[in-house]
Ligand binder design. Structure first.
Ligand SMILES: *[C@@H]1O[C@H](CO)[C@@H](O)[C@H](O)[C@H]1NC(C)=O
Ligand SMILES: *[C@@H]1O[C@H](CO)[C@@H](O)[C@H](O)[C@H]1NC(C)=O
Ligand SMILES: *[C@@H]1O[C@H](CO)[C@@H](O)[C@H](O)[C@H]1NC(C)=O
Ligand SMILES: *[C@@H]1O[C@H](CO)[C@@H](O)[C@H](O)[C@H]1NC(C)=O
Ligand SMILES: *[C@@H]1O[C@H](CO)[C@@H](O)[C@H](O)[C@H]1NC(C)=O
Ligand SMILES: *[C@@H]1O[C@H](CO)[C@@H](O)[C@H](O)[C@H]1NC(C)=O
Ligand SMILES: *[C@@H]1O[C@H](CO)[C@@H](O)[C@H](O)[C@H]1NC(C)=O
Ligand SMILES: *[C@@H]1O[C@H](CO)[C@@H](O)[C@H](O)[C@H]1NC(C)=O
Ligand SMILES: *[C@@H]1O[C@H](CO)[C@@H](O)[C@H](O)[C@H]1NC(C)=O
Ligand SMILES: *[C@@H]1O[C@H](CO)[C@@H](O)[C@H](O)[C@H]1NC(C)=O
Ligand SMILES: *[C@@H]1O[C@H](CO)[C@@H](O)[C@H](O)[C@H]1NC(C)=O
Ligand SMILES: *[C@@H]1O[C@H](CO)[C@@H](O)[C@H](O)[C@H]1NC(C)=O
Length: 803
């Protein structure tokens, strides 16, 4: 029976060493137990609450810890169940070797951010199983792992969110780990092992699964004197740029291979010559996104499929995005277990081979972006497991009938284009994407029983929208007919969840309907008032984009919106009146654009009760007042544009103090006066500054030249992982516009620090003295205007043409 005190000491030591940062707190609680309080401190995050089991007397019961059995016989990682005998045998004291009986350590998914790779692991000599996946350690993987000679499972894949990379100085230490069965070094920088990585892994006799994807490897030897790792069943080398080398023949001597991934490897050259039946265990082969040339691929497919009486095991074959050509071979039909066939983005020719009809398990058939022709054969309709059928961008012709699709009940993605002739089909959940249809509106849509989505993004239809389209009872989900010059009145009500009719010539008033979630009618000719009950009728709205129409009336209805409302764009209409007071919190509203309307009055404070608001556009209205300081509490604002209004007062110094995230600030075209205050430079994320056309006086603040934001590109945004469409609106460029003010003094030398500046406009001020000579370092400038100042001196030669 384990002694509790020794258990305690053991684990304290372990944790102490793991967490030298003190970011985890351990407290000994009286009465023989340990409390591990892992979540309270900064730094250590344990999203899966793993450490919560680290309580109690017997460490061997703690999740992630296992103790050695005298006869430990681990083979495959996943079935391993830690055994608990012997957990506490041996002499225990405070030094490391006390842990030498630990055989199983799984710290995966615990966030040790900022902790360097734990060197002491090299002393846990009995470890057979070490899982440090997604742990965010940084630095160099300790070569002392080479002491763990009984290790059979080693997983070091870092978290993708880890800012720091884990790297190695070499991997020779791996040669010691002769029991290694599973090795995952994915996403670890192995570039320092470029000359020896293959020799080392080749020596490991028991290696069965090897994951080396995204390891910065650039060298793939074409020959190996001997191929030793023949028990390899999984080899993942994807996403390493092997510098245009050919596919090495030894790859196809790995007879035990089940999964082979060499996609995104910058491999060039001919389709490999492989011996017939050399890879009869293969289930998944991914060679996509390389530059493999050649064709027809008949021999290659025959070699893969010619396994004699054995059944072909291949389940996934991905040759997409290469430069393969020729007609597809009949032998594809031998892969009777095939579930996915990806041949997209090559130059395959000819028809769909009839042998495809034998692939009764096929779920994904992607032949898009090739040069194939002929009709779409009826037997496609017999592949009843198909969920994705992508035939887009080939030269199909002929007529498709219902029979093509009658039985494809699992089809969720279907994409095709036809060069000519008619088309009739019937299938559940059809998505019609990018079909080249038109110029007439495709009437065959009328006959479809269930349509999930119509998005004719690139068709050239320019007609009056037929009335039947609006109550196409089969279509409820998505209609995307943007950019079509469609004419006609919108009906009063609709049924789509997602409706994009932006950039057309539609007329009428705004329809309202309860199921609408995404609604874009941007740039049409809609008229009439913005309905006062818009949010009562459309409670599911997430995106509302009505910019660029002729809508009138007040915006009083906006203050209480649906919970999920995210974006509201109403710019460029004829809306009038005040911005309403009494905004209620909408938990998700991030962007409001009211620019270019006839709104007036003050901006109410309650707008800032929208605590997620980060994009506010109020430009070109008639707002007035001494300032817009009512926005002081909108602390998450990221872009603020109040340009082209009638605000007066001095420079709003609170912006620097209260709105720290501002990246784009436009106060242009108001009546603001007084000096531009240094508080402006608190805005470290600033990229776009436009103070033009006011009455600012005094000199340009020196600190501007040191603003981090203006010195960098918008990396900080992308780093946030934000892919919001409206962020794209922010210029991917740094600019300063101070033109048309009364600024005096000199053009600061320090502005030449801002080498990524695209615009520097100082036109019409009272600036004196000469242009800084090293202004030439601003190589990215596209607009530079100093004219109408009192400058003297010579114009730097490179820019003479600008003036
Ligand atoms: C651990 O060892 C004990 C006794 O030596 C044995 O009975 C038990 O089956 C072993 N467990 C495993 C998982 O090998
Ligand atoms: C290690 O722990 C993680 C998180 O609990 C778990 O997902 C993973 O399966 C464990 N590893 C093994 C093979 O037991
Ligand atoms: C482990 O191996 C290294 C050599 O790689 C050696 O220097 C070290 O002393 C060994 N022992 C421990 C406990 O790390
Ligand atoms: C490795 O395993 C073998 C067999 O189980 C055992 O005899 C040996 O002591 C182990 N080595 C270490 C360093 O624990
Ligand atoms: C290999 O293992 C032995 C025995 O543990 C150790 O002495 C040696 O340092 C290790 N070598 C490497 C390269 O880690
Ligand atoms: C190849 O593997 C065998 C064990 O399968 C081993 O005995 C031999 O030393 C290895 N060869 C080399 C050169 O590492
Ligand atoms: C890639 O190959 C070219 C020519 O073979 C060579 O000059 C270049 O250094 C290689 N680059 C890397 C990263 O290995
Ligand atoms: C097509 O394949 C090439 C490489 O062979 C790749 O660069 C390109 O991105 C692929 N195109 C698509 C749409 O996947
Ligand atoms: C299909 O294309 C091939 C050339 O790639 C051509 O010889 C053949 O006539 C075409 N078939 C049809 C039906 O257009
Ligand atoms: C749209 O069609 C034009 C001309 O037909 C073509 O050049 C363009 O690549 C197409 N765009 C897409 C996204 O398919
Ligand atoms: C929808 O169809 C019904 C009956 O077919 C018709 O009365 C109605 O006017 C149609 N609605 C629209 C908007 O076309
Ligand atoms: C659509 O409106 C634009 C003006 O915005 C006009 O130039 C175009 O001719 C119109 N197209 C149709 C088909 O009415």
């Amino acid at each position: 029976m384990a002694n509790m005190n020794t258990t305690f000491v053991l684990l304290l030591n372990l944790l102490y060493l793991l967490l030298i940062t003190e970011s985890i707190s351990l407290e000994a609680v009286p009465s023989n137990s340990i409390a591990v309080n892992a979540n309270v401190q900064k730094g250590l995050k344990d999203p899966f609450n793993r450490l919560s089991s680290w309580v109690g007397q017997d460490c061997c019961n703690w999740e992630g810890i296992g103790c050695n059995n005298q006869t430990s016989n681990v083979v495959g990682g996943s079935q391993y169940t830690p055994d608990q005998t012997n957990c506490l045998s041996g002499k225990l004291d405070s030094s490391l070797h006390n842990l030498k009986y630990l055989s199983y350590l799984n710290l995966s998914n615990i966030n040790f951010e900022g902790v360097s790779f734990p060197y002491f692991l090299g002393s846990l000599k009995k470890l057979t199983y070490l899982d440090l996946s997604f742990t965010m350690f940084f630095g160099v993987v300790s070569p002392t792992l080479g002491n763990l000679t009984n290790l059979s499972y080693l997983n070091l894949i870092p978290s993708q969110f880890s800012g720091n990379t884990l790297s190695v100085s070499n991997i020779y230490w791996l040669t010691n780990l002769s029991s290694l069965y599973y090795l995952n070094l994915q996403n670890i920088d192995l570039s320092k092992a470029k000359t020896h990585w293959l020799q080392v892994v080749n020596i490991l006799p028991s290696l069965s699964e090897l994951y080396l994807s995204s390891c910065g490897l650039h060298h793939l030897p074409q020959t190996l004197p001997f191929v030793n790792f023949t028990s390899l069943s999984v080899l993942d080398l994807s996403n390493n740029g092997f510098n245009s080398s050919s596919i090495p023949p030894w790859l196809f001597n790995l007879i035990a291979l089940i999964n082979l991934k060499i996609n995104y490897c910058d491999l060039k050259g001919p389709i490999p010559n492989i011996a017939r039946a050399s890879l009869c265990n293969l289930k998944n082969l991914d060679m996509s996104f390389n530059f493999i040339i050649g064709g027809p691929i008949t021999e290659f497919i025959q070699a893969l499929s010619g396994c004699g009486n054995n059944i072909n095991r291949l389940e996934q074959l991905n040759l997409g995005s290469n430069q393969l050509s020729g007609v597809l071979p009949h032998s594809l039909g031998y892969f009777t277990q095939l579930r996915e066939l990806h041949l997209t983005n090559n130059s395959f020719l000819g028809p769909i081979p009839s042998s495809i009809q034998h692939l009764s398990r096929l779920e994904i058939l992607d032949l898009s972006y090739n040069l194939m022709n002929g009709t779409i054969p009826e037997f496609i309709g017999q592949l009843i497991e198909l969920s994705t059928l992508d035939l887009f961008s080939n030269s199909w012709e002929g007529t498709m009938t219902e029979t093509n699709f009658l039985n494809l009940k699992k089809l969720t993605w279907f994409s095709f284009s036809l060069t000519r002739n008619s088309l009739v089909f019937n299938s559940p959940s059809v998505k019609i994407r990018d079909c080249q249809l038109g110029p007439a509106f495709p009437t065959w849509l009328k006959t479809q029983k269930e349509l999930l989505e119509i998005s004719l993004v690139n068709s050239s239809i320019s007609v009056k929208i037929p009335n039947w389209l609006w109550n196409l009872s089969s279509l409820h989900w998505k209609l995307d007919l943007s950019h079509k010059q469609l004419r006609g009145d919108l009906p009063k009500s609709l049924s789509f969840v997602w409706l994009d009719l932006s950039y057309n010539n539609l007329t009428g008033s705004l329809p309202l309907w309860p199921s609408g979630s995404y609604l874009s009618l941007r740039k049409n000719f809609l008229s009439g008032p913005l309905p006062i009950n818009i949010f009562q009728r459309m409670k599911k709205l997430v995106t509302l984009d009505l910019a660029g129409n002729f809508l009138t009336g007040s915006i009083a209805s906006l203050t209480i919106g649906p919970t999920n409302l995210w974006l509201v764009y109403l710019s460029n209409n004829l809306l009038s009146g005040n911005i309403p007071r009494h905004w209620r919190s909408m938990q998700n509203l991030e962007a409001i654009d009211l620019s270019q309307n006839n709104l007036l009055g003050n901006i109410p404070t309650s707008l800032c009760s929208l605590c997620t608001l980060n994009w506010l556009q109020l430009s070109y209205n008639n707002f007035s007042g001494d300032h817009f300081s009512t926005l002081q509490n909108c602390s998450s604002l990221y872009a603020l544009d109040v340009g082209g209004n009638r605000f007066s007062g001095t420079f709003p110094k609170w912006i620097g103090e209260k709105l720290p995230s501002i990246s784009k600030l436009r106060l242009q075209g108001n009546m603001l006066s007084g000096p531009i205050l240094e508080q402006l430079c608190f805005l470290t994320h600033l990229h776009v500054l436009d103070l033009a056309h006011n009455n600012f006086s005094g000199s340009i603040p020196t600190c501007l030249g040191n603003l981090v934001g203006l010195k960098s590109l918008h990396m900080d945004l992308t780093a946030k992982g934000t892919q919001l469409e409206y962020y794209n609106q922010i210029l991917l460029e740094n600019s300063i516009d101070l033109s048309r003010n009364n600024l005096i003094g000199e053009i600061l030398e320090v502005l030449t620090n801002l080498s990524l500046l695209i615009t520097l406009n100082l036109l019409w001020n009272q600036l004196m003295e000469k242009i800084p000579e090293n202004i030439v370092v601003l190589r990215n400038l596209e607009i530079l205007d100093f004219s109408c100042n009192h400058l003297s001196g010579s114009i730097p030669p490179f820019m003479s043409s600008t003036f």
